[in-house]
Design a protein around this ligand. Structure first.
Ligand SMILES: Cc1cc2nc3c(=O)[nH]c(=O)nc-3n(C[C@H](O)[C@H](O)[C@H](O)COP(=O)(O)OP(=O)(O)OC[C@H]3O[C@@H](n4cnc5c(N)ncnc54)[C@H](O)[C@@H]3O)c2cc1C
Length: 447
């Protein structure tokens, strides 16, 4: 019997499984789709996600697929420079989400079980029972990372308050048989308005369109080459000719968040826990940070070493972060509305962003580098994660009884770093308190 079943092999589910396996647990990942994803919704990783992947040794496998290092993020299309951010990676990595997921999946001990859509879930005091296809699995815990339309969320009747979509957009990967010079010649930040075009590898182009036609058509209406052609002609003129639509999907600006990320022995992460307009490149990054926050807490809970309340701190720490992203993406959506009032707000906002402090505050938020959690002093830089998921104590002796949970390292700046990379103590008094707060009681001394 696995310790944990993870529903969904998107980036969030895969990184959660990676974190749990790293900590020595047995994990079963159940994925609805029969094949590994080759299409990507997200095309960019924010600096904090790049740090997290680098610290876990996952970046080298992603790097060959990187198409661009974007020196800025954007807020509703307004460039937000990253050059002065306090990180080794002061840029967004332009890389298709499918490559990120594949790199994580390649490092899992237990292969993902595909063609295995979760259809039923029940739980009792001892564990969870999960049905996928004709098979029923028993495990101690379930992590629901089954995306924005989460089946597990529906099965549990979990409250998912927020607003429904009011605008409809199409994302499509297409080939072009002709395009005007200067259009989609390189990676650039999304411009305001429908018809954004970006070159992907292999002669494909990514576009996002949201004209009147998209508002008229139903959410389940197939996207045709004609529809994309009309939208791109409207944006770029008659010189652009769509060849084939390779992949397309409709999406909207629905904005919702689970009231509680934990429902007994079921924990929600990624899009299963929060959805919003994908503007500013936040969703994938939120999911990856959920995964690294949850992984070590669930592992310690399963091993029986977690202090009281540690697992619930996953909700307490991560819910406000996603709530803030929902505020940010709602604001970005308003700035993008094509009417004079929104244009006036956009003009004022653009002026404000010329103030370095304002630009930096927005950059720290979008990049994920500004995240802190209560009881921590922000992320540790230059402290790679321990390969076995232990915490790391730099520049101080690991006190007796803690070696199983804390790896000691030499270093000039003393720090106790949680397994998700956040500093729980930084020298001076309080080391024992921090150890107890995050890692429970020390192991008894061997006689
Ligand atoms: C057009 C667009 C552009 C975007 N661009 C960006 C960007 O640039 N940067 C960014 O950070 N984010 C972006 N996002 C958001 C980002 O793609 C998502 O936030 C991200 O995919 C969330 O990952 P996830 O693993 O939580 O969910 P998903 O990627 O949706 O993965 C969920 C997985 O669960 C599987 N599944 C579903 N139901 C079941 C079931 N019943 N049983 C088992 N498995 C199941 C699915 O097949 C899927 O593999 C974008 C989104 C869109 C739509």
């Amino acid at each position: 019997m696995p310790d944990v079943v993870v529903a969904g092999a998107g980036p969030t589910g895969l990184l959660t499984a990676f974190e749990l396996e790293r900590a020595g647990l047995d994990v079963l990942v159940l994925e609805r789709d029969a094949e590994q994803a080759t299409q990507s919704k997200a095309l960019a990783l924010q600096p904090r996600s790049v740090e997290v992947l680098a610290d876990r040794g996952l970046l080298p496998a992603i790097e060959p697929s990187v198409q661009a290092k974007l020196p800025a993020g954007h807020f509703s299309g307004l460039p937000i420079g990253y050059a002065d951010l306090p990180t080794r990676f002061p840029y967004q990595l332009g890389v298709e989400q499918a490559h990120v997921a594949a790199a994580i999946e390649a490092r899992l001990r237990t292969p993902v079980v595909r063609d295995a859509a979760v259809t039923a879930v029940s739980q009792d005091d001892e564990g969870v029972t999960v049905t996928a296809g004709r098979r029923t699995h028993r495990a101690g815990w379930l992590v629901a990372a089954d995306g924005g339309h989460s089946t597990v969320r529906t099965l549990l009747g979990a409250a998912f308050p927020g607003t429904s979509a009011r605008v409809s957009l199409v994302v499509a990967d297409v080939t072009l048989s002709a395009k005007p010079a200067g259009v989609a010649d390189g990676w650039q930040l999304p411009s305001q308005g429908s018809g954004y075009l970006l070159p992907l590898s292999g002669g494909r182009f990514r576009t996002v369109v949201f004209g009147e036609e998209q508002q008229r058509l139903g959410r389940d209406e197939p996207v045709t080459a004609g529809e994309v052609q009309r939208a791109l002609t409207a944006a770029h003129g008659p010189g652009i000719l769509v060849g084939e639509v390779l992949w397309a999907s409709r999406f909207g600006d629905a904005s919702r968040q689970l009231e509680r990320y934990r429902h007994g022995r079921v924990l929600f992460a990624g899009d299963a826990a929060h959805i919003h307009l994908p503007v500013g490149g936040q969703g994938l990054n939120l999911g990856l940070q959920d995964a690294v926050n949850l992984g070590w807490k669930l592992a310690a809970t399963i091993r029986g070493t977690a202090p009281d309340g540690l697992l619930d701190s996953y909700h307490d720490e991560r819910h406000p972060i996603a709530a803030r992203v929902l505020v940010s993406t709602r604001a970005q959506a308003v700035l993008g509305v094509p009417d004079p009032d929104a244009a006036a707000v956009r003009a004022v906002f653009t002026e404000l962003l010329a103030v370095p402090e304002a630009r930096r505050a927005v950059a720290m938020e979008l990049s994920g580098l500004g995240i802190t959690y209560p009881g921590t002093t922000g992320r540790a830089t230059g402290v790679p994660a321990a390969p076995d998921g232990r915490a790391v104590l730099v520049g101080a002796t690991v006190p007796a009884g803690w070696a199983g949970r804390v790896e000691g390292r030499l270093g000039a700046a003393p720090r106790l770093v949680r397994p998700d990379g956040y500093v729980a103590w930084h020298g001076g008094p309080g080391l024992e308190d921090a150890l107890h707060r995050w890692f429970g009681l020390p192991a008894p001394e061997k006689p």
